[in-house]
Design a protein around this ligand. Structure first.
Ligand code: HDD
Length: 728
């Protein structure tokens, strides 16, 4: 049923997992041997002329091992190098046959295997998960009709309109070429130099400076196919379509200060979170959404459907939720699966086709090309993770690392010696036919004038944010531009921002110690060729967007109905009240949260009734930034210890600063009184005053747990940031 959460554990092997089985190796209980299968007698010593003599060339065992090791690395992805993957399944709720003939979207009985890879864009393979960056959201569907890759991001628009600018964009954001600084960060001169000269990036920059760029978890991000694609049905009718992924846990972010601290304390934060959720059976889920536009409506909007810097506001075309993606299995081997998986926007199946979006068209070239260098040759499609679940028959042969042993004499068509096989299939037999779009045009190097309004949707995004979200954007601009050393670049960006919002510009300007420009008169680069007739390139006058705001654009409007998989720390020390720990722990766990006991030392704490409670982390091995909420246990001795422990008090101060829900048993209140937010404790024990600040102090464990759970589900109490009195 649409929207229904899966509670049952999916344990069955899907077709892709089964198909991968022959390639799996497990050394358990086996003898070690060489790649030629010869058993090895001594894996600890090389062959030498005497026990103190030189190593001999003859040592084929040593040479084989060392050679393989020397060649272990392949080039990392030029973008999206850092990522994490998982297996899963996709199921459509109701047949979409009215719009598409794609089998995985029409057959409601099918469970299509998928492999998903999430990534950051700019950083290297070893960089932090919590960089302020776009996140990749690439889904490989292993369908019965071949592979469909939906290679999207967690933001619905892109920086540029034409793929020819992609190398420039990536060169600008990557570490600067002279000193390779900074890693996994856009806060540097070359990036903002480029952006400030590319007004078409303004909408994307709004998203990038928003909290979408610092997700709490991959499991709590939206995904977008970005481009307008085509659906084609069995009658060869076409519809424009935009793809969305809507996470059932809601869309949530961390605070920027939190992100930076996590980057130091656990750069694998998102990778670990995804892994642990799947291992513990909390399978991440998203619904696939589509916005469908009939062909007849192609020119209905005041933006161009082919322009990847634009969304279709959900108020204009609602998102229909048509199916569910569930990630239910971690990879067995990171390199073999997550690193070698090769996505390609050109991997489509009958029923899905391209549009003329110039960004999409350029991507169609780039992805095969990049896999050729990255994976070393044209046979990358034969790597287990990249193989379709149906057999491949064609006349492609040979090349580096060929795996398939093609039988027979013929590798050409037409042939008679091979009986004419393999043969083509008619569309009715499943043969892919490109949509017969009529094109009557002059060959030009131009950009359509319908692409020229760069600001209306940037404004729409900014105006749609809640007050705390707007403040976060102002802070993000101040941070990023503050790291830019060239003042002229900062000034140019302020000029761009004036096109979006005067107050935003004024606030950013203040943070930078600059004057906000008087008016939005900035030279606008619309990708105009050097010798163009300027008059031809005059932009359309910007129109007002149909909606003034779009609720879907603000994370403040996301679902906040669950604390499932949220991480909660119980702060306790020796002498803690056992009932206050156990009662809260079981209530939180029953609501789906993951609870850890954090104490001054590892091992166990001895409670007031002399029972032993195992400690998960000490204040040294944990940090408040790893948790969504904190709870201080009862017990006067424990409270006295925690109150006197600077690390415990810091834990609380920091969590308060990051706007997290905090609770204390009444006996633990003195610990909160030792914090910077002592004057923010609830005035009475009503639920209302607790939920105002997200600080819960109660004596009754059941009541405490219930109010605390409601508070945690709010995710963060962003309003609390306003006074900014907490220097943690
Ligand atoms: Fe791209 C990787 C998403 C524009 C060229 N891209 C890559 C990945 C994602 C995206 C999620 C990582 C896939 C994985 O996990 O292996 N890219 C996008 C989106 C774009 C976009 C949503 C805009 C709508 N990309 C884009 C353009 C080009 C590329 C315009 C070049 C013309 N992208 C690449 C690439 C990568 C890549 C160089 C690097 C590694 C790879 O392909 O497999 O070919």
């Amino acid at each position: 049923m649409p929207g229904k959460k899966t509670t049952s554990k999916l344990t069955e092997e899907n077709k892709k997992i089964a198909e991968l089985s022959p390639n799996k190796e497990d050394s358990n209980g086996e003898y070690i041997n060489t790649n030629t299968g010869v058993r090895i007698n001594d894996d600890h010593n090389s062959l030498k002329a005497g026990d103190r003599g030189p190593t001999l060339m003859e040592d084929f065992i040593f040479r084989e091992k060392m050679t393989h090791f020397d060649h272990e690395r392949i080039p990392e992805r030029v973008v999206h190098a850092r990522g994490s993957g998982a297996h899963g399944v996709f199921k459509v709720y109701e047949s979409m046959e009215k719009y598409t003939k794609a089998g995985f979207l029409t057959d409601t009985t099918r469970e299509t295997p998928v492999f998903v890879r999430f990534s950051t864009v700019a950083g290297s393979r070893g960089s932090t998960d919590l960089a302020r960056d776009v996140r990749g959201f690439a889904v490989k569907f292993y369908t019965e009709e071949g592979i469909f890759d939906l290679v999207g991001n967690n933001m619905p628009v892109f920086f540029i309109q034409d793929a020819v600018k992609f190398p420039d964009l990536v060169h600008a954001v990557k570490p600067e070429p002279h000193n390779e600084i900074p890693q996994a960060a856009s806060a540097h001169d070359t990036f903002w130099d480029f952006i400030s000269l590319m007004p078409e990036s303004t909408h994307m920059i709004m998203w990038l400076m928003s909290d979408r760029a610092i997700p709490r978890s991959y499991r709590m991000m939206e995904g977008f196919g970005v481009h307008t694609f085509r659906f084609v049905n069995a009658s060869n009718e076409s519809f424009f379509v935009k793809f969305h992924w809507k996470p059932l846990l809601g869309v949530h972010a961390v605070a920027w200060d939190e992100a930076q601290k996590i980057s130091g304390k656990d750069p694998d934060f998102h990778r670990r979170d995804l892994w642990e959720a799947i291992e513990s059976g909390n399978f991440p889920e998203w619904e696939l959404g589509v916005q469908i536009v009939p062909e007849a409506d192609e020119f209905k909007f005041d933006f161009d459907l082919l322009d990847s810097t634009k969304i279709i506001p959900e108020e204009l075309v609602p998102v229909q939720r048509i199916g569910k993606l569930t990630l239910n299995r971690n990879p067995d081997n990171f390199f073999a699966e997550t690193e070698q998986v090769a996505f390609h926007i050109g991997h489509v199946v009958p029923g899905i086709d391209f549009t003329n979006d110039p960004l999409l068209q350029g991507r169609l070239f780039s992805y095969t090309d990049t896999q050729l260098i990255r994976l070393g040759g044209p046979n990358f499609q034969e790597i287990p993770i990249n193989r379709p679940i149906i057999p491949v028959h064609n006349n492609q042969r040979d090349g580096y690392m060929r795996q398939t042993i093609n039988r027979g004499r013929t590798s050409y068509s037409p042939n008679s010696l091979g009986g004419g096989y393999p043969i083509q299939s008619k569309a009715a037999e499943g043969g892919f036919t490109s949509y017969t779009e009529k094109i009557d045009a002059k060959k030009v190097r131009e950009r359509s004038r319908s692409f020229f309004d760069h600001y209306t949707q940037a404004k729409l995004f900014f105006n749609s944010q809640s007050t705390p979200e707007k403040q976060h954007m102002i802070d993000a601009f101040r941070f990023e531009l503050g790291k830019v050393e060239t003042v002229a670049i900062r000034e140019r960006m302020l000029g761009i921002l004036t096109q979006v919002d005067r107050d935003l510009t004024a606030q950013v300007a203040y943070g930078l110690g600059l004057e906000a420009p008087a008016g939005p008169e900035q030279p606008v680069n619309h990708g105009v060729p050097a010798d163009a007739d300027q008059a031809h390139y005059e932009p359309f006058p910007p129109k007002d967007p149909v909606p003034d705001i779009s609720l879907a654009l603000s994370m403040a409007n996301t679902v906040k109905d669950s604390i499932s998989t949220r991480k909660i720390a119980i702060l306790a020390a020796d002498g803690a009240d056992a009932a206050s720990i156990n009662g809260a722990k079981s209530a939180l766990e029953a609501a789906g949260a993951v609870v850890e006991i954090v104490a001054p030392h590892l091992g166990e704490i001895v409670t007031n009734d002399k029972s032993l409670v195992p400690v998960d982390k000490s204040f040294l091995t944990a940090a408040s930034v790893f948790y969504d909420a904190l709870y201080v246990a009862g017990g006067v001795t424990s409270a006295a210890t925690l109150e006197a422990d600077a690390d415990a008090v810091h834990f609380l101060n920091e969590a308060y600063r990051h706007c997290k829900a905090i609770a204390a048993h009444a006996e633990g209140k003195q610990v909160l009184e030792a914090t910077y937010f002592a004057n923010k404790l609830p005035e009475d024990d009503s639920e209302e005053s607790a939920l105002m600040e997200g600080v819960v102090v109660q004596n009754d464990i059941d009541r405490l747990s219930q109010i605390f759970i409601t508070a945690i589900a709010q995710h963060r109490f962003w309003e609390r940031e306003k006074p900014r009195r907490v220097p943690a």
